[in-house]
Structures are given as C-alpha cells and as structure tokens.
Design a protein around this ligand. Sequence first.
Ligand code: HEM
Length: 289
Amino acid sequence: MSQAQAGILQPLPPLSRYLAFSLEPDSDVAAGLAVLQGLVDGDRSVAGIGLAPVSALGRKVAGLKPFPPLAGPGVDIPSTPVALWLWLRGDDRGELLHRARRLEAALAPVFRLEESIDGFKHAGGRDLSGYEDGTENPEGEAALAAAIAADGSSFVAVQRWVHNFKHFEAMQPEERDDCIGRRRSDNEELDDAPASAHVKRTAQESFSPEAFVLRRSMPWVEGKDAGLMFVAFGHSVDAFQAQMRRMVGLEDGIVDALFRFTRPVTGTYLWCPPVKDGRLDLSALLGKA
Ligand code: HEM
C-alpha cells in the first residue's frame, strides 16, 4: 500500500532548506527520477514534482496544473514554475547544506538547482511579524483528509513571500492585529476584525465547499531579505486556489490586508508522490516498479 510522504504530516522541524530545480533541456528525465528515488525518503526530505518532468515523459498526473498568475486591485500574484522542489527537513544547518549539495550533484544531469533558501522555526512557530502561524491547521485525521489523496499523493502550493518590515513597523499595533484578525499578544481572534483581515479572507469553513489545507510554512532569511516560505499541502490544489483568489479580491473586491506589508515573489504547484516500501512511488510516471 502506498502512503503519504511522512514529512508532510509531521510537525515542523527546527530548520529547513528549500531547493527549487528547473529541467535541463534534452535530459533523461526517467534517469533523473530514478536518482531521486534513491536519495529522497519522503521523511527527512520531501519531494514535489512539477509539470515539466511529467509532460517530458508524456504522462499526466490528474490534478497537477500550472499555478495561475492572479491580479487584484493593486496586487499581483506571480507564477514561477518549478520542475522539482525538495523540502529538506532537519536541525543542523551544516548537515542540511551537505545533504543539499549531495542532492544537487547527483541530480545535476537532469535537474538544475535554481534556488536554495534556508528556513527556520521562529519563537515556537511564529511568522517574522510575530503572529502565531498554523493555529487553525487541521490535525490528526482531519490533516490527513485535507492534505492526502486516496492513493497517498499530495499536492503542494509553494510561495515565497518577502516582508516589508518598515511598512509593518510603521503600523500601530491595532492596525497590525486588524491585518491578521488576531491579537499578536495572546493569539485571540478579533470579533470585530475588518473584512480585509487575513483570517476572515481565508476562514476555511467559510468556503463552499470548505477549503481546508495543511500549512507547513516557515520563516526564511537570505542576506537582507526575509519573509515566509508559504507551503500548503492539499489532496488537490483547489482549496488553496479558492483562498488565494479571495485574498486578492477576486470574489468581492476586498484585498487581504496582509498585502500591506508582504508580497509573494514566487508561486508554483507540485505533485508530491506517495511512498511505497520506503521509496517514492513513481509508477505513475515511470511505469510499474
Ligand atoms: C506572508 C504570508 C502569510 C502570512 C504571514 C500568514 C499568516 C497567517 C496567520 C498569522 C494566521 C492565523 C493563525 C493560523 O490559523 O495559522 C493565518 C491563517 C491562515 N492562513 Fe495565512 N499567512 C500568509 C499567507 C497565506 C496564504 C498565501 C494562504 C492561502 C492562499 C493562507 C492561508 C491561511 C489559512 C487557511 C489560515 C487559517 C484560516 C482559518 O481557517 O481560520 N495564508 N495565516
């Protein structure tokens, strides 16, 4: 029986390294995926596969689609396709670096490393704005139901957001709480939050059908830039897409107040294959093992 990649369902690690690869032209995609199978267990390292390798093999993965660029009043959501995404989970930055280098070297004939970003857990699970992130995440059976399809596959939406701390710090504490819809001091939800508040925009039960996702986001920092690596797993990409459309105001013209201090600079959807006998189950792409 195939199962989900274990790292998807586990609590956040202290540290992460996110690797985004493109596909080398004219390369042997099946050979590259076979290398991946030998190196990625789905637990310490989680893999997501984009459309390019799937279509290069002449295959289809039902539910895997391009990430749509969106535009709302004053906001743009970029789409930046990725052929292979690896989420390295760990607790030692040096070990993560060396694991990443081994993967980069082994995959190099087929997958070219385009971006490598280090993530970390901050203040017990807060975004760099200081707000607790993940409070309304489904847990246990509900997390499985939200994130994992019947065959053990999952889909992930990955977006790197860059925070503008100057803008954030220029706001009064009450304005900041109104952006999120929760109080930073005690994480209480605000009864009188404006319609633009992030938790009002994304309230998972308020969509029809309900739009539950399993968020596994972490702060990142690179030189002088920092923000949130937003990572949301779903049994399909539909719940994420419904939330994103509402955030940019495509439902009612109201834009999520988060955009007052942060913007996404990347955006992609990937398919996270299931695991069978401790290895990624790529039979959907490579034929039966
Ligand atoms: C920099 C970007 C973002 C930041 C800083 C952020 C932060 C937060 C915070 C602080 C909460 C409240 C606590 C919690 O329930 O986790 C929250 C809730 C939530 N966020 Fe975000 N978020 C970001 C982007 C997104 C995006 C892009 C989506 C989806 C398109 C999203 C979906 C959600 C959902 C579904 C909830 C829970 C809503 C509920 O059911 O109450 N977030 N976020």
